[in-house]
Design a protein around this ligand. Structure first.
Ligand SMILES: C[S@@+](CC[C@H](N)C(=O)[O-])C[C@H]1O[C@@H](n2cnc3c(N)ncnc32)[C@H](O)[C@@H]1O
Length: 414
């Protein structure tokens, strides 16, 4: 079998991260205080994070979707704040997103190869990896996956096609991505009936009008057909409700098909390049457990907000403990407590993106029971949050995140 080789192919063994549990999020109080979620969103470099997960999760993850940087040699800023939907770029507020810059293809493969090897180890025996790339590097990745999984384990080479504007005038518009799906073993989860799609009306008409169509074999037209290995889903565009402003966000419909096909309710689904959290959100909505990981704080923040708005399942937020997360803390009296409502001073709301409350702060792990998120399109961020009926005896702590990413934490002092 041919292998892909390059000078720096065998990198040193990855060093595991020490993970610190920072927050348990109970979306709108759901599950508080007893639920001990296994779901997790983790901030840190996935090489160190995946290594840290090996002792507990080797051979335990049922489905991994990976959507790494594509080797485009571009920077992808995040569009934040209200005007990010405007057609006028001057009105956009931008924040750091992620970089897809490499010295050369070897450097890119040095990033990708050990991470794919770790994903293979984490996958359960019946598990599947979906690796999402495009023309820049998918040909290299396929050889790497053949090497790691074996060429016989290629389940599908899926082509995702879409439309969109493009400045290209000297070639055909590049409007497809490639998703390489590999199974860990010949026995794998594939729920064909969960992903069937309706037959084309023309096909249905043909069978209705001609008994000889299909050489006498009439498919179960009502049950629908197995989708082809090329999929059309629109990209997440400006006006779509699911749009977060995080760059290269993938459509929920795409992840829904992958998750329905290759996992079952209760299974563990992971995405170690999670970006805005599309995979984990859809997994959670479909009652799968999830691990979502990204290097960028903005990605973790976006994924957290999406989960709170779109799913009721509680989750942990963990940090690679070597990361120095800047959070200003202290005491403040810009809040007012009315019965079980905490009301924030309107001046603080102006540039606020997110705020949350722990009604019984233990000084270690923030138990977020009530959260407010700035709506992406219209309307103000809520200025009051409800506390649970019975709150503990410790302090009420409040965390705020501004649009520009500044994070603060206060103890409520009345
Ligand atoms: C193409 S985006 C993922 C988009 C995501 N699928 C979504 O729907 O929003 C790639 C992501 O990989 C993250 N990333 C790049 N290198 C990483 C690393 N070494 N560890 C963890 N995340 C990484 C980037 O921060 C970026 O958010």
């Amino acid at each position: 079998m041919p292998y892909l080789t390059w000078d720096s192919k065998t990198p040193p063994q990855p060093v595991s991260a020490a993970l610190r549990l920072d927050t348990i999020v109970y979306p709108q109080g759901n599950g508080y205080p007893d639920a001990e979620p296994e779901n997790q969103i983790i901030l840190g470099d996935n090489l160190a994070i995946m290594s840290a997960l090996l002792p507990d999760y080797e051979g335990k993850i049922d489905l991994i979707y990976a959507d790494p940087p594509f080797y485009t040699n571009r920077r992808y800023p995040v569009r934040v704040g209200r005007d990010e939907d405007s057609r006028r770029p001057k009105e956009w507020q931008l924040a750091d997103g992620y970089a897809d810059h490499w010295e050369n293809i070897e450097a890119y493969l040095d990033m990708l190869f050990p991470r794919l090897q770790l994903m293979y180890r984490l996958l359960a025996p019946q598990g599947t990896l979906y690796l999402h790339l495009d023309w820049h590097a998918d040909h290299y990745a396929r050889l790497l996956l053949d090497e790691i999984f074996g060429p016989d384990r290629l389940l599908n080479e899926i082509i995702w096609v879409y439309h969109g504007p493009s400045p290209i005038r000297s070639a055909f518009n590049r409007k497809h991505d490639t998703i390489l799906a590999y199974t860990k073993s010949p026995t794998y989860t594939f729920n064909v009936d969960a992903v069937r799609v309706p037959y084309n009306p023309k096909t249905i008409k043909t069978f209705a009008s001609s008994p000889k169509a299909g050489f006498g074999k009439v498919p179960d037209l009502e049950r629908g057909k197995v989708p082809e290995d090329w999929w059309y889903f629109p990209v997440v565009a400006r006006l779509h409700n699911e749009r977060t402003g995080y760059p290269t966000q993938k459509p929920q419909a795409l992840l829904e098909r992958i998750i329905l096909a290759s996992s079952n309710p209760g299974d563990l689904v992971a995405d170690f390049f999670c970006g805005s959290g599309t995979t984990s959100l859809v997994a959670s909505q479909l009652d799968r457990r999830f691990i979502a990981n990204d290097l960028s704080w903005r990605a973790v923040h976006t994924a957290r907000a999406r989960h709170i708005a779109g799913s009721t399942h509680p989750f942990n937020i963990k940090y690679e403990s070597s990361l120095k997360l800047k959070r200003i803390s202290g005491h403040r009296n810009d809040f007012q407590l009315n019965d079980n409502m905490l009301i924030i001073h309107p001046n603080l709301l102006v540039d606020l993106d997110y705020w949350e409350i722990d009604p019984d702060w233990d000084g270690q792990v923030f138990c977020s029971v009530s959260q407010a998120i700035r709506p992406r399109k219209k309307g103000p961020i809520p200025g009051e949050l409800t506390l649970p009926n019975s709150i503990g005896t410790r302090n009420i702590a409040v965390r705020l995140v501004k649009i520009d990413g500044e994070q603060t934490q206060f103890i409520y002092t009345g």
